[in-house]
Design a protein around this ligand. Structure first.
Ligand SMILES: [Zn+2]
Length: 209
């Protein structure tokens, strides 16, 4: 009898442990990595660690989006459009440094430290609140020797959803995203979600709410 009780208690403890583990995991990183929301109100989940692939120009991106990105760029080139990834994954430290550099540049222009900080926050996301820290957000511009930025932006606006990417900060949605229009910033969400967001002309925030 005693031995039976011990075994029972052990089983209960093990089950409780499994439930606790599951709970903390889902608290930290959502089930679907493609739908993680990062903005001025939502930080990058704790312990988020992307598996990275390095592009030929040295920039790192999440390995899971690489095949779709590759296909998108191949198809763009077939249409005579030459995009390049100019920003991909950023570490927390790099994001912090970007904010510091921007603040310093305003201080150099003669603003007080406090004013400079406020201004910098309009241009650069706070550390922990940039999608670039996920590795699934990219800034895409033109290979200037073949295309103009506008050519690339127009092509992406029409086609990126087919490959699972959305224009993350559209025009006239600044009040929802908290970020001004950025025709170069694309974010991976997967093809089904991208199609819905593109068709309904909504933002990731609206899709998730
Ligand atoms: Zn960006």
């Amino acid at each position: 009898m005693k031995r039976k009780n011990k075994v029972l208690i052990m089983i209960i403890l093990m089950l409780a442990g499994m439930v606790a583990l599951k709970f903390t995991q889902s608290e930290e990183v959502p089930d679907d990595w493609r739908l993680i929301l990062v903005n001025d109100k939502h930080s990058v989940p704790k312990n988020y660690e992307p598996d990275l692939t390095q592009l030929s120009n040295g920039i790192y991106i999440d390995s899971r989006i690489y095949p779709d990105l590759q296909q998108m760029f191949d198809d763009a080139r077939r249409d005579g459009i030459y995009p390049v990834v100019s920003e991909g994954y950023r570490t927390r430290e790099q994001q912090k440094k970007m904010m510091q550099d921007k603040t310093d540049s305003f201080i150099n222009e003669g603003y007080s430290a406090k004013e400079a900080e406020k201004l910098a926050e309009k241009w650069v996301a706070e550390a922990g609140k940039s999608e670039h820290e996920l590795g699934i957000a990219l800034d895409i511009n033109a290979d200037q020797s073949y295309s103009s930025d506008d050519d690339v932006y127009n092509w992406l606006a029409e086609n990126a959803f087919k490959y699972g990417f959305i224009l993350r900060y559209p025009q006239n949605k600044e009040n929802i995203t908290g970020i001004d229009y950025e025709p170069w910033h694309y974010r991976y969400v997967g093809k089904d979600t991208a199609l819905e967001i593109y068709t309904r002309k909504i933002t990731l925030e609206e899709y998730l709410s």
